[in-house]
Write a protein that binds this ligand. Structure first.
Ligand code: G4P
Length: 527
């Protein structure tokens, strides 16, 4: 294997999916600690606290410097480089979150042992399933009273339709937590309530060993033996192939807060999670070990500095070896883009390294030329596919308090839509823009950002529409007739694509019945 393929094979690019409060921030912090990125761990914590003070949006704004770094966290462990992509979207679930999941090769699903699968876990899981992203499960908070492990496994299997294979097993829970049994290596990881597991070495010991009784106590040892026997009978043996195909999830138990079982989880990621994978594109798929650089934009962060209207496009490298100063082809426009000052996310010594390989993320500062879904190459005409634009779930009409500022408002809406947190629709008959978002809270965020970054006072009010669908037809005259017949419901998105805004499900159904040759799609693939 040459040095380049070797570097690619050593990348693990992943995200953590969870419901709010399951422990994502705490786990992230502990993973970074393992990788020696201690200073960053503090930044993650700071963000966790900000999130709780979400009403104070200005404070969050001031911290945006941190949030860029925290969008991509890189650390090293056992000779591997881990890129952990933050999935924003806790309360403010947004399209950004979905798209970040198109830029990872695997995910860790964190569950609260007392709560199991929650709504957001499920939503994020469904997005992973679209691409069969391999998932490792971490059942968190075993230091507190939780549900029976069997009950949790059963829930994962039933609600997510996934095979489940535990790789560790808790010895007791809550106040009775004694440790975890490593089912792969037959060893006991002891829990010390005073210290967590940072200090304790795992003790090699088979279940049959009478020493187990002395180590964890007779009743706990007996219960463990019984449960493991049941696990081995009831769960399929671990299969790397099934995990990588997205059909089976290995499960680890632990406590992020007490730093217990996190090392085992990280070991699991190192051993099992796939290195960078090939990516679907038109006209051909791209393999990770190809020599030429290719990548796609999965996220835009705008207005890092309100004085400069700059933005950073986050690019997932799919292949090749990127070097600072490289010229890349921006396939959508055909233009060459010289990337002199990329933001590289590196585990250490940021300023020294200036290369990135497949699986890594680079940030490219630009003034709006790059959009979500754009492909960059060293010259080949390729287009990565499958980066979806999601159907907005809530639509509102924008209200401008000062009509003189309509032009600026339009600019603000377009800028923010470019970041991918919202979508704007311009009705064909009518002047007020309709804004669509995936989660209700996005409206508050938009109002605050429009005020802070553009000095415009605006608000949102009820729109007469409930849902939006992009419309297509093979025969353009059919589409034209459709648009004429539904004048009051037609709008364009910011790229001029035709959108049908429906008052309710009934009206949408009716339109579909009347025009069977028109295709209605809830999402729009970029370009
Ligand atoms: P999130 O990012 O998924 O929203 O979760 P976060 O890590 O912020 O954790 C949510 C709460 O759960 C926090 O408590 C955190 O300390 C707690 N927690 C996380 N992991 C564990 C664990 O393994 N065991 C126990 N017992 N608790 C855990 P909080 O009181 O809401 O916040 P804080 O005051 O501790 O910051």
């Amino acid at each position: 294997m040459d040095a380049h393929s070797d570097a690619v094979q050593r990348r693990r690019t992943f995200a953590i999916i969870s419901h709010p409060d399951a422990g994502k921030t705490t786990l992230t912090e502990k993973l970074l600690l393992f990788g020696g990125a201690i200073q960053l761990a503090g930044a993650v914590r700071a963000r966790g606290e900000q999130r709780r003070a979400r009403s104070d949006w200005m404070a969050i704004e001031r911290q945006r410097g941190i949030s860029v770094t925290a969008s991509v966290m890189t650390f090293e462990h056992r000779g591997l480089t881990f890129n952990l992509l933050d999935t924003p979207g806790h309360e403010d679930f947004s399209e950004d979150t979905y798209r970040t999941l198109t830029a990872v090769d695997s995910a860790v699903m964190v569950l609260d042992a007392a709560k199991g699968i929650e709504t957001q876990t499920r939503k994020l899981f469904e997005v992973c399933r679209l691409r069969d992203v391999p998932i490792i499960t971490f059942v968190n908070k075993v230091d507190r009273e939780g549900r029976e492990p069997f009950d949790l496994l059963d829930e994962i299997e039933k609600t997510l339709a996934l095979d489940v294979t535990p790789l560790t097993w808790p010895i007791g829970m809550g106040r009775d937590l004694r440790g975890c049994y490593d089912l792969v290596n037959d060893r006991v990881l002891l829990f010390d309530p005073g210290r967590g597991d940072q200090i304790n070495e795992a003790v090699a010991m088979s279940l049959a060993d009478p020493g187990l009784d002395g180590l964890v106590g007779g009743p706990a040892a007996a219960k463990l033996r019984e449960e493991v026997e049941l696990v081995r009978a009831a769960c399929p043996p671990f299969s790397l192939e099934a995990y990588r195909a997205g059909h089976l999830t290995p499960v680890f138990f632990g406590s992020a807060l007490r730093n217990f079982g996190v090392g085992e989880l990280l070991g699991g990621l190192a051993d099992l999670a796939p290195p960078p994978q090939s990516c679907p594109a038109e006209p051909r798929a791209v393999a990770a070990d190809e020599g030429a650089v290719t990548g796609f934009v999965f996220k835009i962060q705008a207005n890092m500095d309100p004085n400069h209207r700059d933005r950073i496009a986050f690019v997932r490298l799919v292949s090749g070896r990127f070097r600072r100063g490289m010229k890349l082809k921006h396939v959508r426009t055909g233009k060459l883009l010289a990337v002199y000052n990329p933001v590289l996310f590196l585990a250490r010594e940021r300023e020294l390294a200036d290369e990135a390989v497949a699986g890594d993320i680079i940030g490219i500062p630009n003034h709006g030329a790059l959009r979500i879904g754009d492909t960059l190459t060293e010259g080949e005409d390729l287009r990565f596919t499958g980066i979806p634009s999601f159907a907005p779930e809530v639509l509102r009409r924008i209200r401008l308090d000062d009509p003189m500022r309509a032009k600026q408002l339009r600019r603000a809406l377009e800028d923010l839509a470019e970041e991918g947190v919202s979508q704007v629709f311009k009705p064909l008959n009518g002047a007020t823009w309709i804004v669509g978002v995936v989660g209700q809270l996005q409206f508050d965020v938009l109002v605050a950002r429009i005020a802070a970054e553009y000095s415009i006072k605006a608000g949102f009010e009820e729109a007469p529409y409930e849902t939006a669908r992009w419309v297509h037809a093979d025969d353009q005259t059919v589409l034209k007739r459709f648009a004429e017949a539904n004048g009051a419901n037609m709008a364009e998105d910011r790229d001029g694509a035709l959108v049908y805004l429906a008052r309710n499900a009934w009206q949408l159904g009716r339109a579909q019945e009347d025009f069977p040759a028109v295709r209605f799609s809830a999402t729009r693939e970029q370009h």
